[in-house]
Ligand binder design. Structure first.
Ligand SMILES: Cc1ncc(COP(=O)(O)O)c(C=O)c1O
Length: 455
């Protein structure tokens, strides 16, 4: 089958969502249709996921596809926004932690999994966020899930921004069936929903969940407005700052700092897997009781081994740099790159989504075009992440280009040129197919038509 014929096949028309609910008694056997579909994408170079890096997540790196195909090129898929994972002071802190405390965290933070680096990290983060009580988790996912599952009971309500991260959505669904999603960043819809819930239920809790920076759209909620709404309706606000803390805002305080909301929202959760060049997560609160409750009642803290000393030490040293003048300089350099990248797209008529942040979403729209363009950019040594349905709406596929302080403005221009050329070429390939197939379709049906392109 040639390329044009394949456009109407599951290779291009199916999404992960087509396979999420297999049925039948054979739990293992029924995974096969998904695998076959995925495999057809892998074999044709149209599965841009599960790649590996052959070195550190530097601006230029060697990337290997899941099929083992290696390419050298420009890395736009790293969340190490200030490039701290290779900063000599962070590397030295990590080495010191391994030397002094070993590699293991010994056990859950409920038992004896805490270490001097993890205790120091808790205290430093509390100061940074102006929230005196911090509970650490082994991952950001666990912190998000655990904060919600720890606090919310089946009688309570959770109201999420529709685009809140999967860890927040799954935490909500594990805690209660009373979960609603309001349209993204829609303050009036949020007010209506809170009004509606409170009109019927004055005796249970409502948790409102949002993010400091939405990482697929690069947009930001008005946190003061949301917090006031929560006060008005007796609700509690939780803000996930995974992507903005450290990377944005004065002294890396993220959207909370930029909006003068440090220490003023009810709950803050986040991750060390982005700007903090490590792994791990946290819940921050103004209440000693809430911290203890989330630790004990939020499953991932009590039932997972604690963050490793080396992870805590790397995050702690990253935080020191984030808060320093050096951190300001790194953020300024990243911003220069971000502005250059968005500008390079704008010059050729493409408006990147959202606001300037380390996440630059480039709209692709049509999912078929998106898959072809993604294959082309990989071949040409530019590596953004492809985001497809159901992570975004069906016709809103996009590249997520993640920008680091260690990139250069020249790399931004080159990256934008390669991406734009790939999009244009993918568009031409598709319209060539349309042209060849249109007359044939009427006469004999699409499956008999011949196409020209070979992707
Ligand atoms: C908004 C958001 N919250 C939470 C997480 C989970 O963080 P971690 O990678 O530390 O598990 C992520 C990471 O993908 C995220 O993007």
């Amino acid at each position: 089958m040639d390329f044009c014929d394949q456009l109407d096949s599951p290779l291009f028309t199916h999404f992960i969502a087509n396979y999420t609910h297999p049925t039948g008694p054979d739990l293992l056997g029924r995974t096969e249709p998904f695998f076959q579909w995925q495999e057809s994408r892998r074999q044709t170079g149209l599965w841009p996921y599960s790649r590996s890096l052959d070195g550190a997540p530097a601006a230029e790196c060697a990337v290997r596809s899941e099929m083992g195909v290696a390419r050298q090129g420009l890395n736009f898929g790293s969340q190490d926004y200030l490039a701290l994972s290779t900063h000599p002071a962070v590397v030295e802190a990590a080495h010191r932690a391994i030397r002094d405390f070993g590699l293991h965290s010994a056990g859950s933070g409920m038992f004896s999994g805490n270490t001097p680096p993890s205790l120091e990290l808790e205290a430093a983060l509390a100061e940074h966020l102006e929230m005196p009580y911090v509970a650490l988790f082994a991952t950001g996912w666990g912190a998000c899930f655990g904060a919600i599952a720890g606090l919310v009971r089946p009688e309570d309500h959770v109201v999420l921004d529709a685009l809140a991260h999967a860890s927040l959505q799954q935490g909500a669904m594990a805690a209660t069936q009373k979960v609603t999603r309001v349209p993204h960043l829609h303050a009036r819809a949020m007010r209506r929903k809170l009004q509606e819930i409170r009109a019927q239920d004055t005796s249970n809790g409502i948790l409102v969940v949002t993010e400091g920076l939405f990482s697929m759209d690069s947009d930001v909620p008005r946190l003061d407005e949301l917090q006031s709404l929560c006060h008005e309706y007796g609700a509690t606000l939780l803000v996930d700052v995974a992507h903005d803390l450290g990377a944005l805002g004065p002294r890396g305080t993220g959207s909370l700092g930029a909006q003068e909301m440090l220490g003023k929202v009810d709950l803050v959760v986040g991750s060390f897997s982005k700007t903090f060049s490590s792994n791990g997560g946290f819940v921050a609160t103004r209440s000693a009781a809430v911290r203890q409750f989330v630790r004990v009642m939020g499953g991932p803290h009590i039932f997972s081994n604690a963050i490793l000393p080396v992870q805590a030490a790397a995050a702690r040293e990253s935080l020191r740099i984030i808060r320093s003048e050096e951190g300001d300089a790194l953020r300024a350099r990243a911003l220069e790159n971000i502005v250059a990248l968005r500008g390079a797209f704008a010059e050729r008529g493409v408006k990147c989504l959202g606001e300037p942040s380390n996440v630059v979403p480039v709209p692709l729209g049509d999912p078929k075009l998106a898959r072809i363009a993604s294959k082309l950019v990989f071949e040409r040594g530019v590596f953004p992440n492809l985001v497809e349905y159901p992570a975004v709406r069906l016709r809103e596929s996009r590249f997520r280009m993640q920008v680091m302080s260690s990139h250069t403005v020249e790399q931004m221009r080159h990256g934008a040129t390669v991406v734009l050329d790939a999009i244009a070429e993918a568009g031409r390939l598709l319209s060539d197919c349309e042209r060849t197939r249109a007359p044939l379709r009427g006469a004999m049906g699409a499956s008999d038509s011949r196409g020209r392109a070979d992707v």
